[in-house]
Design a protein around this ligand. Structure first.
Ligand code: A3P
Length: 311
């Protein structure tokens, strides 16, 4: 076994060495792998995920681009699927950061079903077994103008905590527009999941951050139905939906001690608190110039709108 692991490691190293590279934001370099930019320190995990993951028919995969509402989606879906095991008084959300509730290196045998996984990998690069199985994929997407601003703050915070020189907003914006952000280009990421959600609506649910902000109750019902656990009339009467929405709100999660300090146990050790900022729709107006907004909107018009996806 050791011999084959060594062989596989050499194989991965060789593959990575052959890929085009650019300057990374969360790592020194990122590589262009299967048409998306992957931080170098994450790429070996992505390849292992592709090669070794074994899907189960009832798995739930949460997919997103970074900074589009991943943390929120994890908290909400965790609460929906585990509502018969935990209620608001004993939910693990009170003691664990949402990022850790779909553990990147879980002991798969001990996970309660349905198992929850989260990934930033674009649809075409998901493990084949996930694409072929009946597992449910829930994708969250967000207006690119707010996403680029959110990512800018996040990377600024990361640079500060690691004593790295920070990028200017202009540099960051340029890289985003060129598609050179982790797991980008963003348009291909969104369109990949969008198309799949149209073709296989029972397996891929496409959500928007903005819709969650506008009507959390309606979106929660949609998610619960999609994962095969619709809210009962009694639950609705008892206010279970409102309870989940409140527990998973930015304010509640941000104010929990567990999310105020320390780092997440992930490949890149981000500060837990950096996942919670303003959570507003339209915050971009405070940061982007009108010409930046025009440029990004025209990318959206050209590369996303033709597929029928609007913001
Ligand atoms: P802002 O930077 O605009 O505030 P991700 O979880 O994919 O990293 O996305 C982070 C963004 O989602 C941040 O946006 C963050 O504030 C917001 N966010 C985190 N938790 C949230 C929650 N429970 N409700 C709404 N927004 C949330």
């Amino acid at each position: 076994i050791l011999g084959s692991e060594k062989h596989e490691q050499e194989d991965i190293d060789e593959l990575i060495a052959s890929l085009p590279q650019s300057k990374g934001v969360v790592s020194r370099f990122q590589s262009l792998y299967q048409n998306f930019w992957c931080p170098d320190n994450v790429l070996p995990n992505v390849i292992a995920f592709q090669r070794h993951h074994q899907a189960k028919y009832n798995d739930i995969v949460l997919a997103s681009e970074p900074k589009t509402g991943t943390t929120w989606l994890k908290a909400l879906v965790f609460s929906i699927v585990n509502r018969s095991r935990f209620d608001i008084s004993n939910t693990p959300l009170l003691t664990s950061n949402p990022m850790t509730l779909s553990n990147p290196r879980p002991n798969l045998d001990s996970l309660a079903e349905p198992r929850l996984f989260a990934t930033h990998v674009p649809y075409p690069s998901l493990p084949e077994c996930i694409k072929r199985s009946s597992c449910r994929i829930i994708y969250i997407c967000r207006n690119p103008l707010d996403t680029v601003v959110s990512a800018w703050h996040f990377f600024l915070e990361l640079a500060r905590s690691e004593d790295h020189p920070a990028w200017s907003l202009e540099e960051h914006f340029e890289a985003y527009c060129k598609g050179e952000m982790p797991f980008g280009p963003f348009w291909e990421h969104m369109v990949g999941y969008w198309k799949e959600s149209l073709e296989r609506p029972h397996n891929v649910l496409f959500l928007k951050y903005e819709d969650l902000k506008e009507d959390i109750g309606g979106q929660l019902k949609k998610v619960a139905k999609f994962v095969g656990l619709p809210f009962t009339e009694q639950e609705e009467e008892e206010g279970v939906i409102e309870e989940i929405a409140k527990m998973c709100s930015l304010k509640t999660l941000k104010d929990l001690e567990v999310n105020k300090s320390g780092k997440v146990p992930m490949t890149i050790k981000f500060e837990k608190r950096s996942f919670f900022r303003k959570g507003e729709v339209g915050d971009w107006v405070n940061h982007l110039t009108p010409s930046m907004a025009d440029r990004l909107n025209s990318i959206v018009q050209e590369k996303i709108s033709p597929f029928g996806l609007q913001f």
